[in-house]
Design a protein around this ligand. Structure first.
Ligand code: SF4
Length: 286
């Protein structure tokens, strides 16, 4: 984990790393990958080869996040993504275009441009998977209006749990994140999903708190998931889009989590109380 105290060192290393990979031409468009939530999903990576995020989640498939920051920047030029999208000739049906990739997509200052060209070139629905950390920023909320579906992360209802699971940068706090989600809900006209990764069994009190919270936030859908693989501890470019990856590093951390049956029971209870559709990997409810 990049502990808050390590942040400045992490950011110093990172800026050099970003500079040194700017000329890299790994495609910024990948897949399509099979998504349990969205079908056949073509991925766009607005971050690039260095993983950059305001969180460092214990289950992150990218491996240890290399740059832990909340600073919005242009990490890859929009023209490069335009080029990669235009040269694409997929031989299979694609349902959606998803912005996720190598970190938190709302950190990309050109998020609005990327969403606009994705729509213009593909004519497909666009999805953004965000960790919710920048929803308090009006520019981010405005850019997300261009997406057809936005899936916002909410893994915890207590600050302690949130710190433990998402390992956010030290300057952030959960009440601000929740306020950002609520503000975005009030403005966003597209399909809003709340995505929750469930690692351990919830007490009755936790379930009640979660139900109250989602009732207040009123998403169009709730997506519950559990980690499907051990976490790689080093950067895994191939893991963009939660893709399966091969690694010769052998450096993994096993993640203990609940069973699919327990997850389904949780989904049932949430749907029963809220009547908000709950999609639960790999079984959909409602
Ligand atoms: S899972 Fe998402 S939010 Fe969490 S560290 Fe990885 S990229 Fe960031």
């Amino acid at each position: 984990m990049d502990a808050p105290d390590d942040r400045h060192a992490s950011e110093r290393i990172s800026m050099n790393a970003i500079q040194s990979t700017q000329n890299s031409r790994h495609s910024l468009v990948y897949g399509p990958v099979k998504s349990w939530r969205f079908g056949s999903s073509l991925g766009i990576d607005p971050i690039g080869e260095v993983s950059i995020c305001s969180f460092n989640c214990v289950y992150c498939q990218l491996g240890q996040i290399q740059v832990h920051t909340t600073e919005r920047r242009i990490f890859v030029p929009t023209a490069q993504i335009f080029e990669d999208l235009r040269s694409l000739s997929p031989d299979e049906k694609i349902d959606v275009v998803t912005l996720s990739g190598s970190g938190e997509p709302t950190l990309a200052l050109n998020l609005d441009e990327i969403l606009a060209i994705a729509k213009q070139l593909t004519k497909l629905p666009t999805v953004v998977l965000t960790n919710s950390s920048l929803l308090g920023d009006r520019m981010v909320r405005d850019a997300l209006q261009l997406a057809d579906i936005v899936s916002v992360k909410l893994d915890a209802i207590s600050s302690h749990q949130w710190q433990r699971i998402n390992q956010p940068i030290g300057t952030m706090n959960l009440p601000d994140i929740l306020a950002g989600i609520a503000q975005f809900r009030g403005e966003y006209t597209g399909h809003l999903a709340i995505q929750t990764m469930v690692l351990s069994s919830w007490t009755t009190e936790m379930l009640e708190d979660y139900i109250q919270l989602v009732q207040r936030l009123s998403p169009d859908e709730i997506q519950l998931n559990i980690p499907s693989r051990p976490r790689a501890l080093v950067r895994q470019l191939d893991a963009r889009g939660n893709n399966a990856f091969e690694s010769d590093c052998g450096d993994f951390r096993q993640i203990n989590c609940i069973s699919v049956d327990v997850l389904n029971a949780l989904a049932d209870a949430i749907y029963f109380a809220t009547k908000i559709p709950v999609r639960c990997a790999p079984i959909a409810l409602s």
